[in-house]
Design a protein. Structure first.
Length: 117
């Protein structure tokens, strides 16, 4: 993480009506256009980059499986965040699969800044 990046590691709740169904049709999680974090609705303005985290099969074969889908996003307020989707929830009792990993506190994203603001 960069020095200005604050580690959060808290569950977020996607606003299901805003999920990207095209990604779901391709076998990926449906990235929500909005999610709820601490009772606030966060709107995604842009995706800066995506990547996947993989791991070995847990049953002994040499196959690798996607464990997490990562997204670095810019919100409509210009804040840069890293969120991820876990292919398998961490525990059966808590069915959270979307997580806010970190928030970049160095300021607004250069890509989303409007001149004069």
């Amino acid at each position: 993480m960069k020095a200005a990046e604050r580690f959060v590691s808290e569950a977020i709740r996607p606003v299901t009506a805003t999920c990207d169904t095209a990604r779901m049709a391709a076998g990926e999680p449906g990235l929500p256009g909005e999610f709820v974090w601490k009772d606030d609705i966060i709107r995604i303005a842009a995706v800066l980059r995506t990547w996947r985290e993989t791991g070995l099969c847990r049953h002994g074969s040499s196959e690798r499986y996607v464990r997490k889908h990562w997204y670095e996003i810019v919100t409509t307020s210009g804040t840069v965040m890293k969120i991820y989707f876990e292919r398998q929830a961490r525990s059966k009792s808590r069915n959270f699969r979307w997580w806010l990993f970190s928030i970049d506190e160095s300021g607004k994203s250069e890509e989303m800044r409007v001149p004069g603001i």
